[in-house]
Ligand binder design. Structure first.
Ligand code: SF4
Length: 324
């Protein structure tokens, strides 16, 4: 059986798990590269109000449609106890079915770990049983998938580069001491097409990068728990906790938040983080909002201006804010 995994959204979080799981069950796994054609078809097929990552996801489903036996579009309700993902993830299979005439089978099993009885194992069993009736094989495939996922996350923590961590050729060179943080959702900060290769551009300017996935989970939790209200969006909480944990790091010279136009979660969480940064530090901070109309020239200009400002402050102001 040939399974298509659209290269968007939680592909950038769980691809090693899903790929290993299906391959161990003797399935072929197919993805499609993100390019202009995928983006254009996604924009055409998807509702206008959706964010850029959801539009691109539509484009990937369209490009896999009919070329594989089944397309894996899980309904990811929750990946943490007492927390949720974004509403777009909850209704993703329905959204796709209403926008695209999908001829391949859709595998739309549900992941919901919010409550006491949520279990990732049930999800694996339900998904695997579409491919085989051998429960033992499903259990083994899932265990191997979790192992791959764990190893991948360790590599990503070291290098912050999704593709390198996936290919196991991550750079083990000693990183440059000065860092720029890139915050945002994994499918924005690791999709080099969406973010116009921002990490490479920053590295070319002489900085290392740091992303939320490079910070220990307990540190992110600790800082996120200092907020007056408990946040129940997993990705929002991770970005907030990561951002706050960096404010006292002297090797971090600036924070860039990559946000998607129309993202409800970012409109709250990013604004909250920006206020906290301004209130409790003098860390340079910039938000870049991306959509299908974002031009690379304007994007580069803003990035270059931000990095110039970071350098200028380091050299001329002893890191004191121009506001005093
Ligand atoms: S969290 Fe924001 S960017 Fe992500 S899918 Fe939801 S609306 Fe889109």
């Amino acid at each position: 059986m040939k399974i298509g995994i659209p290269k968007g959204l939680f592909y950038f979080k769980y691809y090693p798990l899903w790929k290993t799981f299906f391959e161990k069950l003797d399935c072929g796994v197919v993805t499609s590269p993100t390019n202009r054609k995928v983006l254009d078809s996604g924009v055409k097929l998807c509702a206008d109000e959706a964010c850029l990552p959801v539009k691109i996801y539509h484009g990937h489903v369209d490009s896999l449609n009919g070329k594989v036996d089944a397309i894996f579009i899980p309904r990811i309700v929750s990946i943490m106890k007492h927390e949720y993902t974004c509403p777009k993830f909850l209704g993703l299979p329905e959204m796709i079915k209403n926008s695209i005439k999908v001829t391949s089978r859709i595998i739309d099993t549900t992941v919901n770990l919010r409550g006491q009885h949520g279990d990732l194992f049930d999800f694996a069993m339900e998904t695997g049983s579409i491919v085989t009736k051998d429960r033992y094989a499903i259990m083994n495939a899932f265990r191997d998938g979790l192992h791959e996922q764990h190893e991948f996350e360790k590599r990503l923590k070291e290098c912050g580069d999704f593709e390198s961590a996936l290919k196991k050729d991550h750079d083990r060179n000693i990183p440059r001491p000065e860092k720029i943080a890139i915050l945002g959702h994994p499918y924005v900060i690791y999709d080099s097409y969406i973010n116009m290769d921002i990490a490479k551009k920053i590295q070319r300017e002489g900085y290392s990068i740091i992303t939320p996935q490079m910070i220990e989970d307990d540190i992110i939790r600790k800082y996120a728990s200092k907020l007056p209200k408990r946040h129940f969006w997993t990705l929002g909480r991770e970005n907030l906790g990561a951002g706050l944990s960096l404010l006292k790091c002297t090797d971090v010279k600036g924070i860039i938040y990559l946000s998607s136009f129309c993202c409800g979660i970012d409109s709250l969480m990013e604004d909250y983080l920006e206020r906290q940064v301004a209130r409790s530090s003098n860390m340079p901070y910039m938000k870049l909002v991306l959509d299908e109309h974002t031009g690379e020239a304007g994007f580069n200009t803003r990035l270059e201006a931000f990095l110039d400002m970071v350098r200028w402050r380091e050299q001329n102001e002893s890191n004191v804010s121009t506001h005093g």
